[in-house]
Design a protein around this ligand. Structure first.
Ligand code: UTP
Length: 408
Protein backbone atom coordinates (compact mmCIF):
# COMPACT_ATOMS: atom_id res chain seq x y z
CA UNK A 1 0.00 0.00 0.00
CA UNK A 2 1.52 3.36 -0.98
CA UNK A 3 1.12 6.64 0.87
CA UNK A 4 -1.86 7.73 -1.23
CA UNK A 5 -3.74 4.50 -0.67
CA UNK A 6 -2.94 4.60 3.02
CA UNK A 7 -4.34 8.12 3.35
CA UNK A 8 -7.48 7.20 1.41
CA UNK A 9 -8.09 4.13 3.57
CA UNK A 10 -7.61 5.95 6.87
CA UNK A 11 -9.79 8.82 5.67
CA UNK A 12 -12.54 6.39 4.75
CA UNK A 13 -12.68 5.17 8.36
CA UNK A 14 -12.03 8.54 10.02
CA UNK A 15 -8.58 7.50 11.26
CA UNK A 16 -6.31 10.17 9.67
CA UNK A 17 -4.83 10.94 13.10
CA UNK A 18 -2.80 7.72 12.75
CA UNK A 19 -0.68 9.48 10.12
CA UNK A 20 0.68 11.99 12.60
CA UNK A 21 4.10 10.34 12.93
CA UNK A 22 4.15 8.63 9.55
CA UNK A 23 6.32 10.98 7.50
CA UNK A 24 9.10 10.89 10.09
CA UNK A 25 9.30 7.10 10.20
CA UNK A 26 12.11 5.10 8.59
CA UNK A 27 11.23 2.85 5.63
CA UNK A 28 11.32 -0.18 7.92
CA UNK A 29 9.00 1.49 10.43
CA UNK A 30 6.65 2.56 7.64
CA UNK A 31 6.39 -1.04 6.43
CA UNK A 32 5.71 -2.30 9.93
CA UNK A 33 3.03 0.35 10.40
CA UNK A 34 1.31 -0.39 7.06
CA UNK A 35 1.29 -4.12 7.82
CA UNK A 36 -0.66 -3.40 11.01
CA UNK A 37 -3.10 -1.17 9.14
CA UNK A 38 -3.68 -3.91 6.57
CA UNK A 39 -4.62 -6.35 9.30
CA UNK A 40 -7.24 -4.11 10.96
CA UNK A 41 -10.70 -5.58 11.23
CA UNK A 42 -12.65 -2.44 10.25
CA UNK A 43 -15.88 -4.06 11.40
CA UNK A 44 -14.68 -3.55 14.98
CA UNK A 45 -13.81 0.09 14.45
CA UNK A 46 -17.25 0.68 12.93
CA UNK A 47 -18.93 -0.94 15.94
CA UNK A 48 -17.18 1.54 18.21
CA UNK A 49 -17.88 4.55 15.98
CA UNK A 50 -21.53 3.79 15.43
CA UNK A 51 -22.16 3.09 19.09
CA UNK A 52 -22.95 -0.15 20.79
CA UNK A 53 -26.17 -1.84 19.77
CA UNK A 54 -27.96 -3.79 22.46
CA UNK A 55 -27.54 -7.50 21.84
CA UNK A 56 -31.03 -8.89 21.36
CA UNK A 57 -31.37 -11.98 23.51
CA UNK A 58 -33.87 -14.79 23.15
CA UNK A 59 -36.16 -16.51 25.58
CA UNK A 60 -34.39 -18.00 28.60
CA UNK A 61 -35.22 -21.16 30.52
CA UNK A 62 -33.28 -23.14 33.11
CA UNK A 63 -31.26 -26.09 31.80
CA UNK A 64 -31.17 -29.58 33.24
CA UNK A 65 -27.72 -30.43 34.53
CA UNK A 66 -25.89 -33.28 36.16
CA UNK A 67 -25.65 -32.65 39.88
CA UNK A 68 -23.09 -33.92 42.37
CA UNK A 69 -25.27 -36.81 43.60
CA UNK A 70 -25.82 -38.19 40.11
CA UNK A 71 -22.14 -37.84 39.29
CA UNK A 72 -21.12 -39.63 42.48
CA UNK A 73 -23.50 -42.54 41.76
CA UNK A 74 -22.13 -43.03 38.24
CA UNK A 75 -18.55 -41.98 38.86
CA UNK A 76 -16.88 -45.33 38.10
CA UNK A 77 -18.84 -45.85 34.91
CA UNK A 78 -18.06 -42.32 33.64
CA UNK A 79 -14.43 -42.55 34.64
CA UNK A 80 -14.01 -45.78 32.73
CA UNK A 81 -15.44 -44.21 29.54
CA UNK A 82 -13.25 -41.11 29.96
CA UNK A 83 -10.07 -43.09 30.56
CA UNK A 84 -10.76 -45.27 27.53
CA UNK A 85 -11.06 -42.13 25.39
CA UNK A 86 -7.80 -40.74 26.77
CA UNK A 87 -5.99 -44.05 26.26
CA UNK A 88 -7.28 -44.12 22.68
CA UNK A 89 -5.73 -40.66 22.13
CA UNK A 90 -9.08 -39.05 21.43
CA UNK A 91 -8.78 -36.22 23.97
CA UNK A 92 -6.75 -33.02 23.67
CA UNK A 93 -6.30 -30.20 26.19
CA UNK A 94 -6.26 -26.52 25.24
CA UNK A 95 -4.91 -23.99 27.72
CA UNK A 96 -6.19 -20.46 27.10
CA UNK A 97 -3.22 -18.37 28.15
CA UNK A 98 -3.38 -15.35 25.88
CA UNK A 99 -4.95 -12.99 28.42
CA UNK A 100 -3.24 -9.96 29.91
CA UNK A 101 -4.28 -10.33 33.54
CA UNK A 102 -4.90 -6.61 33.91
CA UNK A 103 -7.06 -7.01 37.02
CA UNK A 104 -4.32 -8.98 38.74
CA UNK A 105 -1.81 -6.42 37.50
CA UNK A 106 0.81 -9.04 36.67
CA UNK A 107 3.74 -8.28 34.41
CA UNK A 108 3.84 -10.92 31.70
CA UNK A 109 1.82 -14.13 31.43
CA UNK A 110 -0.37 -15.07 34.39
CA UNK A 111 0.92 -18.65 34.26
CA UNK A 112 4.33 -17.57 35.55
CA UNK A 113 2.86 -16.12 38.76
CA UNK A 114 4.38 -17.89 41.75
CA UNK A 115 1.71 -19.02 44.23
CA UNK A 116 4.23 -20.73 46.50
CA UNK A 117 5.06 -19.37 49.94
CA UNK A 118 7.94 -21.50 51.22
CA UNK A 119 8.90 -22.79 47.79
CA UNK A 120 8.37 -21.94 44.13
CA UNK A 121 5.04 -23.15 42.80
CA UNK A 122 3.96 -21.52 39.56
CA UNK A 123 0.45 -21.45 38.09
CA UNK A 124 1.71 -23.29 34.98
CA UNK A 125 3.29 -25.89 37.26
CA UNK A 126 -0.01 -26.49 39.08
CA UNK A 127 -1.80 -26.98 35.76
CA UNK A 128 0.76 -29.52 34.56
CA UNK A 129 0.60 -31.26 37.97
CA UNK A 130 -3.19 -31.51 37.55
CA UNK A 131 -3.13 -33.05 34.11
CA UNK A 132 -0.29 -35.38 35.03
CA UNK A 133 -2.51 -36.99 37.68
CA UNK A 134 -4.74 -38.07 34.78
CA UNK A 135 -1.96 -39.04 32.36
CA UNK A 136 -0.46 -41.22 35.10
CA UNK A 137 -3.78 -43.01 35.60
CA UNK A 138 -4.30 -43.40 31.85
CA UNK A 139 -0.72 -44.47 31.21
CA UNK A 140 -0.49 -42.13 28.23
CA UNK A 141 0.22 -38.45 27.50
CA UNK A 142 -2.50 -36.06 26.36
CA UNK A 143 -1.69 -33.58 23.55
CA UNK A 144 -1.52 -30.21 25.28
CA UNK A 145 -2.10 -27.06 23.21
CA UNK A 146 -1.27 -23.65 24.63
CA UNK A 147 -2.79 -20.46 23.22
CA UNK A 148 -0.63 -17.40 23.80
CA UNK A 149 -0.79 -13.90 22.36
CA UNK A 150 1.84 -11.82 20.59
CA UNK A 151 2.20 -9.95 23.88
CA UNK A 152 3.19 -12.94 26.00
CA UNK A 153 4.27 -15.70 23.62
CA UNK A 154 8.05 -15.44 23.92
CA UNK A 155 8.06 -15.13 27.70
CA UNK A 156 5.68 -18.10 28.03
CA UNK A 157 7.73 -20.35 25.76
CA UNK A 158 11.03 -19.39 27.37
CA UNK A 159 9.64 -19.89 30.88
CA UNK A 160 8.18 -23.31 30.14
CA UNK A 161 11.32 -24.48 28.34
CA UNK A 162 13.50 -23.32 31.21
CA UNK A 163 11.31 -25.34 33.57
CA UNK A 164 11.24 -28.35 31.23
CA UNK A 165 7.44 -28.11 31.06
CA UNK A 166 7.37 -29.23 34.68
CA UNK A 167 7.88 -32.84 33.63
CA UNK A 168 5.45 -32.90 30.69
CA UNK A 169 7.08 -34.20 27.50
CA UNK A 170 7.77 -31.28 25.17
CA UNK A 171 6.71 -33.24 22.07
CA UNK A 172 3.15 -33.32 23.46
CA UNK A 173 3.03 -29.53 23.89
CA UNK A 174 2.05 -27.28 20.96
CA UNK A 175 1.85 -23.50 21.08
CA UNK A 176 -0.31 -21.31 18.89
CA UNK A 177 -0.75 -17.56 18.90
CA UNK A 178 -4.13 -15.88 18.97
CA UNK A 179 -5.15 -12.87 16.89
CA UNK A 180 -4.86 -9.26 18.02
CA UNK A 181 -7.48 -6.50 17.77
CA UNK A 182 -7.07 -2.72 17.79
CA UNK A 183 -8.08 -0.65 20.80
CA UNK A 184 -9.95 2.62 20.32
CA UNK A 185 -10.88 5.65 22.40
CA UNK A 186 -14.52 6.37 23.28
CA UNK A 187 -14.96 8.18 19.93
CA UNK A 188 -13.78 5.14 17.99
CA UNK A 189 -10.34 6.56 17.12
CA UNK A 190 -7.67 3.87 17.07
CA UNK A 191 -5.09 4.42 19.80
CA UNK A 192 -1.33 4.26 19.24
CA UNK A 193 1.31 2.76 21.50
CA UNK A 194 4.31 4.12 19.63
CA UNK A 195 5.00 6.17 16.48
CA UNK A 196 4.95 3.00 14.35
CA UNK A 197 2.80 0.87 16.62
CA UNK A 198 -0.98 0.69 16.92
CA UNK A 199 -2.48 -0.18 20.27
CA UNK A 200 -3.25 -3.87 19.87
CA UNK A 201 -4.48 -6.41 22.38
CA UNK A 202 -5.46 -10.08 22.30
CA UNK A 203 -8.95 -10.48 20.79
CA UNK A 204 -10.49 -12.47 23.65
CA UNK A 205 -10.49 -16.20 24.32
CA UNK A 206 -13.33 -16.90 21.84
CA UNK A 207 -11.01 -17.04 18.87
CA UNK A 208 -9.21 -20.12 20.17
CA UNK A 209 -10.53 -22.53 17.54
CA UNK A 210 -10.14 -20.20 14.57
CA UNK A 211 -6.59 -19.40 15.75
CA UNK A 212 -5.89 -23.14 16.01
CA UNK A 213 -7.16 -23.54 12.46
CA UNK A 214 -5.05 -20.63 11.19
CA UNK A 215 -2.03 -22.23 12.83
CA UNK A 216 -2.73 -25.40 10.82
CA UNK A 217 -3.62 -27.41 13.89
CA UNK A 218 -6.83 -28.89 12.52
CA UNK A 219 -4.58 -31.20 10.50
CA UNK A 220 -2.72 -32.03 13.68
CA UNK A 221 -5.98 -32.89 15.48
CA UNK A 222 -7.02 -35.12 12.59
CA UNK A 223 -3.65 -36.81 12.33
CA UNK A 224 -3.70 -37.62 16.03
CA UNK A 225 -7.37 -38.69 15.92
CA UNK A 226 -8.46 -36.18 18.57
CA UNK A 227 -12.26 -36.11 18.86
CA UNK A 228 -12.74 -33.93 21.95
CA UNK A 229 -10.99 -30.84 23.25
CA UNK A 230 -11.02 -29.72 26.87
CA UNK A 231 -10.46 -25.97 26.95
CA UNK A 232 -9.67 -24.24 30.22
CA UNK A 233 -8.51 -20.96 31.72
CA UNK A 234 -4.99 -20.44 32.98
CA UNK A 235 -6.05 -18.95 36.29
CA UNK A 236 -8.14 -21.62 38.02
CA UNK A 237 -5.42 -23.40 39.94
CA UNK A 238 -7.71 -26.09 41.36
CA UNK A 239 -9.51 -27.21 38.21
CA UNK A 240 -9.19 -30.78 37.00
CA UNK A 241 -7.97 -30.95 33.41
CA UNK A 242 -9.06 -33.76 31.05
CA UNK A 243 -11.10 -35.11 33.95
CA UNK A 244 -12.13 -38.65 32.93
CA UNK A 245 -15.41 -38.43 34.88
CA UNK A 246 -16.37 -35.20 33.09
CA UNK A 247 -15.43 -36.67 29.71
CA UNK A 248 -17.36 -39.87 30.40
CA UNK A 249 -20.45 -38.02 31.65
CA UNK A 250 -20.55 -35.74 28.58
CA UNK A 251 -20.18 -38.64 26.17
CA UNK A 252 -22.68 -40.73 28.11
CA UNK A 253 -25.20 -37.87 27.95
CA UNK A 254 -24.71 -37.71 24.19
CA UNK A 255 -23.98 -33.97 24.31
CA UNK A 256 -21.95 -31.90 21.81
CA UNK A 257 -20.23 -30.09 24.66
CA UNK A 258 -19.93 -30.03 28.43
CA UNK A 259 -19.28 -27.30 30.97
CA UNK A 260 -17.88 -27.64 34.46
CA UNK A 261 -20.16 -25.57 36.64
CA UNK A 262 -20.43 -24.59 40.29
CA UNK A 263 -23.76 -24.14 42.02
CA UNK A 264 -24.44 -20.46 42.73
CA UNK A 265 -24.03 -19.65 46.41
CA UNK A 266 -26.61 -16.86 46.41
CA UNK A 267 -29.11 -15.40 43.92
CA UNK A 268 -27.01 -12.32 43.20
CA UNK A 269 -23.63 -13.97 42.74
CA UNK A 270 -21.74 -12.34 39.88
CA UNK A 271 -21.17 -15.31 37.64
CA UNK A 272 -22.23 -16.26 34.11
CA UNK A 273 -24.97 -18.88 34.21
CA UNK A 274 -25.52 -21.80 31.84
CA UNK A 275 -29.15 -22.05 30.75
CA UNK A 276 -31.27 -22.49 27.63
CA UNK A 277 -31.91 -19.62 25.21
CA UNK A 278 -34.54 -20.31 22.57
CA UNK A 279 -34.11 -23.99 23.37
CA UNK A 280 -30.34 -24.03 22.85
CA UNK A 281 -27.62 -24.00 25.50
CA UNK A 282 -26.39 -20.53 26.29
CA UNK A 283 -24.58 -18.53 28.93
CA UNK A 284 -26.21 -15.48 30.37
CA UNK A 285 -24.05 -12.90 32.12
CA UNK A 286 -24.98 -12.00 35.70
CA UNK A 287 -25.83 -8.41 34.69
CA UNK A 288 -28.27 -9.66 32.06
CA UNK A 289 -30.30 -11.72 34.56
CA UNK A 290 -33.56 -10.28 35.79
CA UNK A 291 -34.50 -10.30 39.46
CA UNK A 292 -37.12 -12.91 38.71
CA UNK A 293 -34.50 -15.18 37.13
CA UNK A 294 -32.06 -14.65 39.97
CA UNK A 295 -34.59 -15.66 42.61
CA UNK A 296 -36.58 -18.31 40.77
CA UNK A 297 -36.62 -21.63 42.64
CA UNK A 298 -37.46 -25.25 41.83
CA UNK A 299 -39.93 -27.25 43.88
CA UNK A 300 -36.98 -28.55 45.98
CA UNK A 301 -36.19 -24.97 47.00
CA UNK A 302 -32.97 -24.73 44.98
CA UNK A 303 -32.25 -21.90 42.53
CA UNK A 304 -33.46 -22.67 38.99
CA UNK A 305 -30.68 -20.67 37.31
CA UNK A 306 -27.90 -22.12 39.41
CA UNK A 307 -25.09 -23.34 37.15
CA UNK A 308 -22.22 -20.83 37.28
CA UNK A 309 -19.64 -21.47 34.56
CA UNK A 310 -15.95 -21.92 35.40
CA UNK A 311 -14.35 -21.68 31.93
CA UNK A 312 -13.65 -25.37 31.67
CA UNK A 313 -15.46 -26.83 28.65
CA UNK A 314 -15.41 -29.96 26.54
CA UNK A 315 -16.12 -29.61 22.84
CA UNK A 316 -16.64 -32.27 20.20
CA UNK A 317 -14.18 -31.36 17.45
CA UNK A 318 -16.47 -32.25 14.52
CA UNK A 319 -19.26 -30.09 15.98
CA UNK A 320 -17.05 -27.03 16.39
CA UNK A 321 -15.60 -27.53 12.94
CA UNK A 322 -19.16 -27.21 11.63
CA UNK A 323 -19.58 -23.81 13.26
CA UNK A 324 -16.08 -22.50 12.56
CA UNK A 325 -17.34 -20.11 9.86
CA UNK A 326 -20.04 -18.64 12.08
CA UNK A 327 -19.19 -15.13 13.23
CA UNK A 328 -19.10 -14.87 16.99
CA UNK A 329 -20.61 -11.95 18.91
CA UNK A 330 -18.16 -9.12 19.58
CA UNK A 331 -17.98 -7.88 23.16
CA UNK A 332 -17.00 -4.23 23.46
CA UNK A 333 -15.23 -3.79 26.78
CA UNK A 334 -14.31 -0.51 28.47
CA UNK A 335 -10.67 -0.58 29.60
CA UNK A 336 -7.78 1.59 30.70
CA UNK A 337 -5.58 1.68 27.63
CA UNK A 338 -2.11 3.26 27.59
CA UNK A 339 -1.56 5.49 24.55
CA UNK A 340 0.79 7.90 22.81
CA UNK A 341 -0.27 11.53 22.49
CA UNK A 342 0.47 13.76 19.48
CA UNK A 343 3.29 15.45 21.41
CA UNK A 344 4.95 12.09 22.01
CA UNK A 345 3.88 11.51 25.61
CA UNK A 346 3.09 7.95 26.67
CA UNK A 347 0.08 8.09 28.98
CA UNK A 348 -0.99 5.31 31.31
CA UNK A 349 -4.52 6.48 32.19
CA UNK A 350 -5.98 6.14 35.67
CA UNK A 351 -9.53 5.90 34.37
CA UNK A 352 -11.28 3.97 31.65
CA UNK A 353 -10.47 5.69 28.35
CA UNK A 354 -11.46 3.37 25.53
CA UNK A 355 -12.71 0.09 24.19
CA UNK A 356 -11.16 -3.27 23.50
CA UNK A 357 -12.91 -5.89 21.41
CA UNK A 358 -13.23 -9.48 22.50
CA UNK A 359 -14.81 -12.72 21.39
CA UNK A 360 -15.57 -15.13 24.21
CA UNK A 361 -15.28 -18.91 24.29
CA UNK A 362 -18.54 -19.14 26.23
CA UNK A 363 -20.47 -17.83 23.21
CA UNK A 364 -19.56 -20.97 21.25
CA UNK A 365 -21.89 -23.02 23.45
CA UNK A 366 -24.95 -21.33 21.96
CA UNK A 367 -24.03 -22.43 18.44
CA UNK A 368 -24.14 -26.08 19.50
CA UNK A 369 -27.25 -28.18 20.03
CA UNK A 370 -26.42 -29.47 23.48
CA UNK A 371 -24.22 -28.85 26.48
CA UNK A 372 -24.04 -30.83 29.71
CA UNK A 373 -23.78 -28.72 32.87
CA UNK A 374 -21.51 -30.90 35.01
CA UNK A 375 -21.45 -29.80 38.64
CA UNK A 376 -18.18 -29.71 40.56
CA UNK A 377 -17.53 -29.02 44.23
CA UNK A 378 -16.56 -25.37 44.36
CA UNK A 379 -14.03 -25.71 47.19
CA UNK A 380 -12.29 -28.53 45.37
CA UNK A 381 -12.23 -27.28 41.80
CA UNK A 382 -12.66 -23.55 41.66
CA UNK A 383 -9.89 -21.20 42.73
CA UNK A 384 -9.50 -18.55 40.03
CA UNK A 385 -6.84 -15.88 40.40
CA UNK A 386 -8.37 -12.75 38.86
CA UNK A 387 -7.80 -9.87 41.26
CA UNK A 388 -4.88 -8.45 43.21
CA UNK A 389 -6.75 -8.70 46.51
CA UNK A 390 -10.06 -9.93 47.96
CA UNK A 391 -12.41 -12.17 45.99
CA UNK A 392 -10.74 -14.53 43.48
CA UNK A 393 -7.26 -13.33 44.33
CA UNK A 394 -3.88 -14.93 44.91
CA UNK A 395 -4.70 -14.90 48.63
CA UNK A 396 -8.07 -16.66 48.28
CA UNK A 397 -6.59 -19.21 45.85
CA UNK A 398 -3.76 -19.98 48.29
CA UNK A 399 -6.30 -20.63 51.06
CA UNK A 400 -8.19 -23.04 48.83
CA UNK A 401 -5.02 -24.78 47.68
CA UNK A 402 -4.02 -25.32 51.31
CA UNK A 403 -7.47 -26.69 52.15
CA UNK A 404 -6.98 -29.18 49.32
CA UNK A 405 -3.70 -30.35 50.76
CA UNK A 406 -1.37 -28.56 48.35
CA UNK A 407 1.87 -27.64 50.06
CA UNK A 408 2.78 -24.02 49.44
P1 UTP B 1 -10.03 -13.25 31.61
O1 UTP B 1 -11.36 -12.97 31.08
O2 UTP B 1 -9.92 -13.40 33.09
O3 UTP B 1 -9.00 -12.18 31.05
O4 UTP B 1 -9.50 -14.57 30.90
P2 UTP B 1 -7.50 -11.87 31.41
O5 UTP B 1 -6.95 -11.15 30.24
O6 UTP B 1 -6.75 -13.09 31.86
O7 UTP B 1 -7.58 -10.92 32.67
P3 UTP B 1 -8.10 -9.40 32.79
O8 UTP B 1 -9.55 -9.43 32.36
O9 UTP B 1 -7.22 -8.59 31.89
O10 UTP B 1 -7.92 -9.09 34.24
C1 UTP B 1 -10.01 -15.84 31.12
C2 UTP B 1 -9.08 -16.81 30.42
O11 UTP B 1 -9.05 -16.55 29.02
C3 UTP B 1 -7.71 -16.31 28.60
C4 UTP B 1 -6.98 -15.88 29.84
O12 UTP B 1 -5.58 -16.10 29.71
C5 UTP B 1 -7.63 -16.74 30.89
O13 UTP B 1 -7.11 -18.04 30.86
N1 UTP B 1 -7.71 -15.26 27.57
C6 UTP B 1 -8.31 -14.08 27.79
C7 UTP B 1 -7.07 -15.53 26.38
O14 UTP B 1 -6.49 -16.63 26.19
N2 UTP B 1 -7.07 -14.56 25.43
C8 UTP B 1 -7.67 -13.36 25.61
O15 UTP B 1 -7.64 -12.52 24.69
C9 UTP B 1 -8.31 -13.11 26.81
Amino acid sequence: MDRKELIALLKKYGQEHLLFYYDNLSEEQKNKFVKQIEKIDWKLVNIAREGRKEEKRGCFEPIKGMGLEQIETNKDKFSEVGLEMIKAGKIGAVLLAGGQGTRLGCEGPKGIVNVGITKDLYIFELLFMNIMEVTKKAGTWIPFYIMTSEKNHDVTVTFLKEHHFFGYPEEYVTFFIQEMAVSVDFEGRILMEGPDQLSLSPNGNGGWFSSMMKAGLLEDLRRRGIEWLNIFAVDNVLQRIADPVFIGATIYSDCDSGAKVVRKTNPNERVGVLCLEDGKPSIIEYYEMTDEMNHRKNSDGRLSYCFGVTLNYLFRVDKIENISNTSMPIHVVEKRIPYLTKDGQYIVPENLNGYKFEELALDMIHFLDSCLPFEVVREREFAPIKNATGVDSLESARELLKKNGVEL
